[in-house]
Design a protein. Structure first.
Length: 146
């Protein structure tokens, strides 16, 4: 057998294997795209993050950015069917350093987050992701006690 024929046979033999490896489900765990709106005291949350923490074994944690009150997590980064604890944090910009700041000087304190702990570190807020949608979840965070 000549070298060219051997290369052609090898290539033809590997082609079905390559096709099989390329085949497959793009979303084997059945992740769902999730989106919604987040308000803080009735106004769209300017910037922040939202996280979905599974409350069951075998779940997948997911999350995304909140921009102008909206978040959207694509299916390939989304959640699977189950119940999730929701944690929301706002973006707290770091204040600029004073003009005469020198290394070793105390750093000015950062502003406190507006989203209260019962919506992030101590959150008990949950959502249930069912087999069929819609997968749109809106949240109205209240920071001020009435």
């Amino acid at each position: 057998m000549r070298r060219g024929e051997l290369c052609l046979l090898t290539l033809l033999g590997l082609a079905p294997l390559a096709l099989c490896l390329g085949c497959g489900h793009d979303n084997p765990r059945g992740r769902k795209a999730v989106s919604g709106l987040v308000k803080l005291d009735g106004q769209a949350l300017d910037q922040g993050n939202i996280e979905f923490h599974p409350t069951f074994e075998g779940g997948v944690q997911s999350g995304g950015r909140i921009v102008n009150g909206s978040y959207s997590i694509p299916a390939h980064e989304g959640v699977i069917v189950g119940t999730y604890r929701v944690a929301i944090t706002d973006f707290v910009p770091t204040p600029p350093l004073p003009a005469n700041f020198m290394p070793g000087d105390p750093v000015p304190p950062s502003p406190k987050p507006k989203v209260p702990p019962d919506w992030n570190t101590k959150s008990k807020q949950t959502v249930e992701i069912k087999k069929e949608g819609p997968f749109k979840f809106d949240f109205d965070v209240v920071s001020k006690k009435k």
